[in-house]
Ligand binder design. Structure first.
Ligand code: C5J
Length: 220
Protein backbone atom coordinates (compact mmCIF):
# COMPACT_ATOMS: atom_id res chain seq x y z
CA UNK A 1 0.00 0.00 0.00
CA UNK A 2 1.07 3.59 -0.62
CA UNK A 3 -0.08 6.13 1.96
CA UNK A 4 -0.77 9.77 1.07
CA UNK A 5 -1.03 12.67 3.53
CA UNK A 6 -4.65 13.62 2.83
CA UNK A 7 -7.73 15.16 4.41
CA UNK A 8 -9.48 14.21 6.64
CA UNK A 9 -6.83 11.53 7.35
CA UNK A 10 -4.23 9.49 5.47
CA UNK A 11 -5.39 7.76 2.27
CA UNK A 12 -3.85 4.37 1.43
CA UNK A 13 -4.06 2.74 -1.99
CA UNK A 14 -2.83 -0.49 -3.58
CA UNK A 15 -1.01 0.63 -6.76
CA UNK A 16 -2.07 -2.30 -8.95
CA UNK A 17 -5.73 -1.81 -8.05
CA UNK A 18 -5.90 1.95 -8.45
CA UNK A 19 -6.95 3.92 -11.52
CA UNK A 20 -6.75 7.62 -12.33
CA UNK A 21 -9.98 9.03 -13.75
CA UNK A 22 -9.71 12.42 -15.46
CA UNK A 23 -13.13 13.96 -15.93
CA UNK A 24 -14.23 16.05 -18.90
CA UNK A 25 -11.04 18.03 -19.68
CA UNK A 26 -12.77 18.91 -22.95
CA UNK A 27 -12.49 21.98 -25.15
CA UNK A 28 -16.23 22.59 -24.56
CA UNK A 29 -15.56 23.27 -20.87
CA UNK A 30 -12.02 24.70 -20.86
CA UNK A 31 -11.80 26.82 -24.03
CA UNK A 32 -13.70 29.94 -25.10
CA UNK A 33 -16.67 29.31 -27.42
CA UNK A 34 -17.78 26.04 -25.83
CA UNK A 35 -20.57 24.83 -23.55
CA UNK A 36 -19.04 26.37 -20.41
CA UNK A 37 -18.85 29.81 -21.93
CA UNK A 38 -22.37 29.62 -23.45
CA UNK A 39 -23.62 29.26 -19.86
CA UNK A 40 -21.96 32.58 -19.00
CA UNK A 41 -18.87 31.20 -17.25
CA UNK A 42 -15.29 32.51 -17.25
CA UNK A 43 -13.46 29.48 -18.68
CA UNK A 44 -10.01 30.91 -17.87
CA UNK A 45 -10.56 29.74 -14.28
CA UNK A 46 -10.43 26.11 -15.46
CA UNK A 47 -7.25 26.62 -17.46
CA UNK A 48 -5.24 26.97 -14.23
CA UNK A 49 -5.34 23.21 -13.55
CA UNK A 50 -4.26 22.05 -17.03
CA UNK A 51 -0.53 21.72 -16.05
CA UNK A 52 -1.41 19.91 -12.80
CA UNK A 53 -3.64 17.44 -14.63
CA UNK A 54 -0.82 16.89 -17.14
CA UNK A 55 1.63 16.20 -14.28
CA UNK A 56 -0.83 13.76 -12.66
CA UNK A 57 -1.25 11.95 -15.98
CA UNK A 58 2.57 11.76 -16.30
CA UNK A 59 2.85 10.25 -12.83
CA UNK A 60 0.35 7.46 -13.57
CA UNK A 61 1.87 6.79 -17.01
CA UNK A 62 5.42 6.60 -15.58
CA UNK A 63 4.23 4.06 -13.04
CA UNK A 64 2.22 2.07 -15.59
CA UNK A 65 -1.00 2.50 -13.59
CA UNK A 66 -4.41 2.59 -15.25
CA UNK A 67 -5.63 5.89 -16.70
CA UNK A 68 -9.24 6.57 -17.74
CA UNK A 69 -10.63 9.73 -19.32
CA UNK A 70 -14.28 10.79 -19.58
CA UNK A 71 -16.05 13.10 -22.00
CA UNK A 72 -19.53 14.51 -21.45
CA UNK A 73 -21.52 14.57 -24.68
CA UNK A 74 -24.33 13.28 -26.81
CA UNK A 75 -25.00 11.32 -29.98
CA UNK A 76 -25.41 13.48 -33.12
CA UNK A 77 -29.16 12.68 -33.19
CA UNK A 78 -29.40 13.75 -29.50
CA UNK A 79 -31.37 10.57 -28.71
CA UNK A 80 -29.45 10.31 -25.41
CA UNK A 81 -30.22 13.89 -24.35
CA UNK A 82 -33.13 14.28 -21.96
CA UNK A 83 -35.31 17.36 -22.64
CA UNK A 84 -34.68 18.34 -19.01
CA UNK A 85 -30.95 18.65 -19.73
CA UNK A 86 -31.35 20.41 -23.07
CA UNK A 87 -33.96 22.92 -21.89
CA UNK A 88 -32.58 23.82 -18.45
CA UNK A 89 -31.07 27.26 -17.93
CA UNK A 90 -30.71 30.11 -20.37
CA UNK A 91 -27.50 29.49 -22.34
CA UNK A 92 -26.64 31.49 -25.48
CA UNK A 93 -26.32 28.12 -27.30
CA UNK A 94 -27.97 24.85 -26.28
CA UNK A 95 -26.51 21.33 -26.50
CA UNK A 96 -26.56 20.32 -30.18
CA UNK A 97 -26.54 23.90 -31.51
CA UNK A 98 -23.70 24.90 -33.86
CA UNK A 99 -21.01 27.01 -32.18
CA UNK A 100 -17.44 28.12 -32.91
CA UNK A 101 -16.11 24.61 -32.03
CA UNK A 102 -18.86 22.68 -33.81
CA UNK A 103 -22.13 21.46 -32.32
CA UNK A 104 -22.14 21.97 -28.54
CA UNK A 105 -21.32 18.78 -26.57
CA UNK A 106 -21.85 16.41 -29.52
CA UNK A 107 -19.63 13.38 -30.18
CA UNK A 108 -17.07 13.91 -32.91
CA UNK A 109 -17.22 17.72 -32.85
CA UNK A 110 -14.02 19.70 -32.10
CA UNK A 111 -15.44 21.08 -28.84
CA UNK A 112 -16.10 17.55 -27.57
CA UNK A 113 -12.41 16.65 -27.82
CA UNK A 114 -10.16 16.48 -24.78
CA UNK A 115 -7.76 19.46 -24.77
CA UNK A 116 -4.38 18.77 -26.39
CA UNK A 117 -2.40 19.19 -23.14
CA UNK A 118 -4.35 16.40 -21.37
CA UNK A 119 -5.22 14.14 -24.30
CA UNK A 120 -5.29 10.36 -23.91
CA UNK A 121 -2.41 8.22 -25.17
CA UNK A 122 -3.01 4.89 -26.92
CA UNK A 123 -4.24 2.22 -24.53
CA UNK A 124 -6.11 4.60 -22.20
CA UNK A 125 -9.86 4.10 -21.95
CA UNK A 126 -12.08 7.05 -22.92
CA UNK A 127 -15.61 6.86 -21.51
CA UNK A 128 -18.31 8.86 -23.27
CA UNK A 129 -21.04 9.78 -20.80
CA UNK A 130 -24.39 11.48 -21.42
CA UNK A 131 -24.80 12.55 -17.79
CA UNK A 132 -22.85 14.32 -15.12
CA UNK A 133 -21.81 11.11 -13.35
CA UNK A 134 -19.29 8.80 -15.04
CA UNK A 135 -21.18 5.62 -14.05
CA UNK A 136 -24.63 6.52 -15.45
CA UNK A 137 -25.21 4.78 -18.81
CA UNK A 138 -21.51 3.94 -19.35
CA UNK A 139 -19.30 0.81 -19.28
CA UNK A 140 -17.09 2.30 -16.52
CA UNK A 141 -18.14 0.00 -13.66
CA UNK A 142 -17.77 -3.15 -15.79
CA UNK A 143 -14.29 -2.02 -16.84
CA UNK A 144 -13.20 -1.33 -13.26
CA UNK A 145 -14.55 -4.69 -12.07
CA UNK A 146 -12.92 -6.58 -14.94
CA UNK A 147 -9.58 -5.04 -14.00
CA UNK A 148 -9.87 -5.51 -10.23
CA UNK A 149 -9.81 -1.77 -9.52
CA UNK A 150 -10.81 -0.84 -5.96
CA UNK A 151 -9.38 2.69 -5.60
CA UNK A 152 -9.84 5.79 -7.77
CA UNK A 153 -7.73 8.94 -7.94
CA UNK A 154 -9.96 11.64 -9.42
CA UNK A 155 -9.26 14.89 -11.31
CA UNK A 156 -10.98 17.15 -13.84
CA UNK A 157 -13.88 19.56 -14.21
CA UNK A 158 -16.09 20.83 -12.85
CA UNK A 159 -15.56 20.09 -9.19
CA UNK A 160 -19.13 20.43 -7.95
CA UNK A 161 -20.86 18.97 -11.03
CA UNK A 162 -19.32 16.03 -12.94
CA UNK A 163 -16.46 15.45 -10.49
CA UNK A 164 -18.61 15.42 -7.37
CA UNK A 165 -21.35 13.35 -9.04
CA UNK A 166 -18.78 10.77 -10.12
CA UNK A 167 -17.23 10.65 -6.64
CA UNK A 168 -20.63 10.01 -5.08
CA UNK A 169 -21.51 7.33 -7.65
CA UNK A 170 -18.12 5.66 -7.05
CA UNK A 171 -18.42 5.88 -3.27
CA UNK A 172 -21.84 4.21 -3.35
CA UNK A 173 -20.30 1.37 -5.38
CA UNK A 174 -17.58 0.81 -2.78
CA UNK A 175 -14.62 2.56 -4.42
CA UNK A 176 -12.14 4.40 -2.18
CA UNK A 177 -11.65 7.80 -3.84
CA UNK A 178 -8.97 10.47 -3.57
CA UNK A 179 -9.70 13.84 -5.24
CA UNK A 180 -6.59 15.80 -6.22
CA UNK A 181 -7.32 19.33 -5.01
CA UNK A 182 -5.20 21.26 -7.52
CA UNK A 183 -6.21 19.02 -10.43
CA UNK A 184 -9.90 19.91 -10.20
CA UNK A 185 -11.57 23.26 -10.79
CA UNK A 186 -14.90 25.03 -10.91
CA UNK A 187 -16.21 28.18 -12.56
CA UNK A 188 -17.21 29.11 -8.99
CA UNK A 189 -14.32 29.08 -6.46
CA UNK A 190 -16.74 28.95 -3.53
CA UNK A 191 -18.41 25.83 -4.98
CA UNK A 192 -15.01 24.13 -5.35
CA UNK A 193 -14.18 24.84 -1.71
CA UNK A 194 -17.61 23.68 -0.55
CA UNK A 195 -17.25 20.46 -2.54
CA UNK A 196 -13.83 19.67 -1.04
CA UNK A 197 -15.31 20.28 2.41
CA UNK A 198 -18.37 18.09 1.71
CA UNK A 199 -16.36 15.17 0.34
CA UNK A 200 -14.03 14.88 3.32
CA UNK A 201 -16.56 15.82 6.03
CA UNK A 202 -17.81 13.35 8.62
CA UNK A 203 -14.70 11.15 8.40
CA UNK A 204 -14.39 11.00 4.58
CA UNK A 205 -18.08 10.41 3.96
CA UNK A 206 -17.49 10.56 0.20
CA UNK A 207 -13.69 10.30 0.05
CA UNK A 208 -10.36 12.01 0.62
CA UNK A 209 -8.66 15.08 -0.85
CA UNK A 210 -4.96 15.95 -1.21
CA UNK A 211 -2.78 18.19 -3.36
CA UNK A 212 -0.75 16.60 -6.16
CA UNK A 213 2.47 17.27 -4.22
CA UNK A 214 1.26 14.95 -1.43
CA UNK A 215 0.59 12.14 -3.91
CA UNK A 216 3.99 12.70 -5.57
CA UNK A 217 5.75 12.66 -2.19
CA UNK A 218 4.03 9.38 -1.27
CA UNK A 219 4.77 7.70 -4.59
CA UNK A 220 8.42 8.81 -4.57
C1 C5J B 1 -20.96 20.52 -16.39
C2 C5J B 1 -19.10 19.03 -16.04
N1 C5J B 1 -20.56 21.38 -15.46
N2 C5J B 1 -18.19 18.33 -16.69
N3 C5J B 1 -20.21 19.43 -16.72
O1 C5J B 1 -21.99 20.70 -16.99
O2 C5J B 1 -18.94 19.34 -14.87
Amino acid sequence: MITVAAEPFAYSFPPGKTALIVIDMQRDFVEPGGFGETLGNDVSLLQAIVPTVAALLDLFRRKGWMVIHTREGHKPDLSDLHPAKRDRGNPSLRIGDPGPMGRILVHGEPGHDIIAENEPVPGELVIDKPGKGSFYNTPLEAHLKANGITHLVVAGVTTEVCVQTTLREANDRGYECLLIEDATESYFPAFKQATLDMIRAQGAIVGWTAPLAALEAAVG
